[in-house]
Write a protein that binds this ligand. Structure first.
Ligand SMILES: *Cc1c(COP(=O)(O)O)cnc(C)c1O
Length: 498
């Protein structure tokens, strides 16, 4: 299977090349040239199919230039003891028809592990296939979750180095501790005395600095990106929607032909796009419900067909969804405009130039046939964490709470009460402040030591701490460097010995 660019002005490439380059040279995103025929999905619902077996079947559809043995080896390394449960992504039903798909049992306690535990292995195999003999240097600017997930995924993977820049005062205490205690001989974590945008701008400047690229090439190295537009991050995310379906069929009375809904707390549109591709492969999904926080640019888009990034940016309790330009949306757009790259280019130019574009009525109808959208503001998010805890004794993180609130709105608006799965994207203990305020009240949550608060929350609710978070406080700090934004290039030079 070959991959083409959504913008149609780059040559088709193999899967291995698409993974290694990330973004197509014309600025577009890679997509399969032809989507695999609807797969015979019945066998996937067979009892006892493991996560790893499902992953093998789905990955082999898309990564056709990888051998079965290569895929098996990658999958074996990605999904093992590093996940707290053999199910990898268990479903917890809170009522007969509503379940949470828990995507946070990996090493960093957020859903990005499902892709980033696998991607490094896929990349090193890809490098071998393309006779690509340079060291891959992953350069990441993070607002919290992606950086840690990339560090854990790439640590000690031969032929790679990973360098993460985080805003010194812009990540939660848990997220910071997770990063500065990072192990691995090829991991580098550097605080920046600036905000996320400055760290991001510094990384982008390095990616586009031709002189720096030449120095890198001369030293046998190349930069790569692990951000969510890489096709190699999307495919692994299809797997857990099939896993959820197989679990609904086996244990919760879903008939094989019966449809279900999914609700996905959304930022860059990667996770929900994976569900959409699952549906294209034949997964019996009814509606894809897109949940946003106060940065509700996607809610407006799905409800009206108008995308408009010219709006106030809010920092919320669900920071991983604080996004105004959802980069993966471009892949959906390609389908909405009838696979015409010229139309995609036109919309993307409008977005670039005036910050907005509007779908035609026919395109909007296509969009609304598959998707439904809503959002939750800050007060609603807090109230939802509390209400769900009171009703089900189930603890939600703020991102997942946004999903639940939007599901409640959907149910009210449509009366569609078929079985529904909400993607639960992070452990509540990664976001103790917001969760403790909701469940224990502001007074009890006024504890300045984040680790004391984490334990207090666990004790008060009787919900166990994930071991990787519980042990965090006592782990030795391995990365103490903090620099000014202007020193990022020099720091990378030093790390790489250029
Ligand atoms: C990244 C992230 C999201 C958003 O996922 P997208 O694929 O960007 O839509 C939601 N919740 C958490 C906890 C995340 O880390």
């Amino acid at each position: 299977m070959r991959y083409i660019s959504t913008r149609g002005q780059s040559a088709p490439v193999t899967a291995a090349e698409a993974l290694l380059t990330g973004l197509a040279p014309d600025g577009g995103l890679y997509l399969p040239e032809r989507f695999p025929e609807e797969m015979a999905i019945a066998p996937l619902a067979e009892p006892n199919l493991t996560y790893q077996q499902l992953a093998q079947q789905i990955l082999s559809l898309f990564l056709s230039d990888y051998t079965q043995t290569e895929l098996k080896e990658c999958i074996h390394q990605a999904y093992g003891d590093n996940f707290a449960t053999p199910a990898v992504t268990p479903v917890t039903m809170v009522s007969e028809k509503l379940g949470f798909l828990e995507l946070w049992h990996g090493p960093t306690c957020a859903f990005k592990d499902l892709a980033l535990q696998l991607l490094p292995h896929l990349l090193t195999v890809a490098a071998g296939k393309t006779r690509f003999d340079r060291e891959i240097v992953l350069l990441v600017a993070t607002s919290g979750d992606t950086g840690k997930a990339a560090l854990e995924g790439f640590k000690d993977v031969p032929g790679t180095k990973v360098i993460v820049f985080y805003p010194e005062d812009g990540v939660s205490a848990v997220q910071k501790r997770q990063m500065i205690t990072q192990e691995g001989s090829n991991t580098y974590v550097v605080g920046v005395t600036g905000n996320f945008d400055q760290a991001q701008a510094g990384v982008k400047a390095l990616f586009t600095n031709a002189e720096f690229q030449r120095e890198m090439a001369a030293a046998g190295k190349t930069f790569s990106s692990a951000n969510s537009i890489n096709w190699g991050r999307l495919v692994p995310q299809l797997v857990y929607y099939f896993k959820a379906w197989s679990e609904l069929c086996q244990n919760h009375g879903l008939a094989p032909g019966e449809t279900f809904n999914v609700v996905v707390p959304t930022g860059n549109f990667g996770n929900i796009l994976a569900a959409y591709y699952g549906k294209k492969l034949g997964l019996p999904l009814h509606k894809l419900i897109c949940a946003s926080n106060r940065n509700n640019v996607l809610t407006e888009f799905i409800q009206t067909g108008a995308y408009n990034r010219n709006r106030q940016f809010y920092q919320t309790l669900s920071p991983s969804m604080d996004i105004l330009v959802s980069s993966n949306l471009e892949r959906l757009l390609y389908d909405l405009v009838g696979a015409d790259p010229a139309l995609v280019r036109s919309y993307m130019e409008q977005l670039q130039q005036k910050g907005s574009y509007r779908l035609t009525a026919a395109e909007r109808e296509r969009l609304q046939k598959e998707f439904w959208a809503g959002f939750a503001d800050e007060a609603e998010t807090t109230a939802t964490i509390r209400a769900v805890y009171d009703r089900y004794h189930y603890l939600l993180d703020p991102h997942t709470a946004v999903g639940y609130k939007v599901y409640a709105d959907y149910l009210k608006a449509t009366g569609d009460d078929r079985p529904t799965i909400i993607a639960s994207t992070a452990s509540p203990f990664k976001f103790n402040q917001g969760v403790a305020q909701a469940v224990l009240g502001p007074q009890a949550a006024a504890v300045t030591d984040e680790f004391a608060l984490m334990e207090k929350l666990s004790t008060a609710t009787g919900v166990a701490l994930p071991p990787v978070l519980a042990g965090l406080r006592d782990k030795p700090v391995r990365h103490q460097q903090v620099i000014a934004p202007a020193a990022m290039a020099e720091t990378v030079r030093k790390i790489l010995g250029l």
